[in-house]
Design a protein around this ligand. Structure first.
Ligand SMILES: [Zn+2]
Length: 237
């Protein structure tokens, strides 16, 4: 069976050869590329990647075509995602980049998406994204990074790191607000019950402390009363 170049690339997912995930890598504070692990379990972090086109069939020698299907991008919610830039795995016409222009140029521009290796400050200055989409003040300080500092395969610049942190912070605030708004009446009732029970318990503790004090005072008084009267100083001589 040959993998002739006259064969059309296939589109279906290839279950025999799982190619849609890989170990996640990132950057440490010193700009070294490091593998990422789960904070809690210590397990390697896995990231999803878009399906790649193949030549051949699953039965007879499948060959993956390593074309550029996606660009890793910092999205508006603070997550880095693989943004697909061809409209299908079998899209191999590299003269038509209309889908990429839509994904990163139109949609990404409006939402302020920043491809990894780019400087948000420079992107704002060049009009690639609107200033309003950059949330961190430190990410638009008017001193964009030069091409010598940022670029493909280079560690993120200070603007990018500041922007990612700010977007994550804003998302957490928004998540908390949504969680509060979506709480059921039952959950709200349970929370208020728990709060009032806590209050009642605190009141009981304070009360019982008072009771203990009062009992101690009474006991002291009783023992004073019961004590034998001092011997009269006069007489008895
Ligand atoms: Zn920068």
């Amino acid at each position: 069976m040959s993998n002739g170049q006259d064969q059309e690339p296939i589109l279906w997912c290839n279950r025999a050869e799982p190619t849609r995930t890989r170990f996640a890598f990132g950057w440490d504070d010193n700009g070294n590329r490091v593998q990422l692990f789960d904070d809690k379990t210590g397990a390697p972090r896995i990231e999803k990647i878009p399906q790649q086109p193949h030549l051949g069939t699953p039965l007879f020698g499948l060959q993956q075509l390593r074309v550029r299907r996606s660009v890793k991008t910092l999205c508006d919610d603070g997550n880095e995602r693989e943004i697909v830039v061809t409209n299908a795995a079998a899209h191999l016409n590299d003269t038509d980049n209309s889908y990429e222009r839509y994904q990163l140029g139109t949609k990404g521009r409006n939402l302020g998406w920043i491809p990894t290796g780019s400087c948000p400050s420079a992107m704002v200055m060049m009009g690639q994204i609107p200033p309003g989409t950059v949330k961190a003040e430190a990410a638009k300080d008017g001193a964009p990074c030069s091409a010598a500092v940022v670029g493909y395969g280079k560690p993120p610049c200070r603007h990018y790191k500041a922007e990612m942190a700010k977007r994550k912070e804003l998302r957490r605030i928004d998540d908390a607000r949504r969680a509060e708004a979506l709480k059921t009446e039952e959950a709200k009732l349970m929370e208020s019950n728990a709060a009032s029970q806590k209050e009642a318990a605190a009141a009981m503790t304070a009360l019982s402390a008072k009771v203990v004090d009062a009992v101690a005072a009474i006991a002291a008084k009783v023992s004073d009363d019961a004590a034998p009267a001092p011997a009269p100083s006069k007489g008895g001589k």
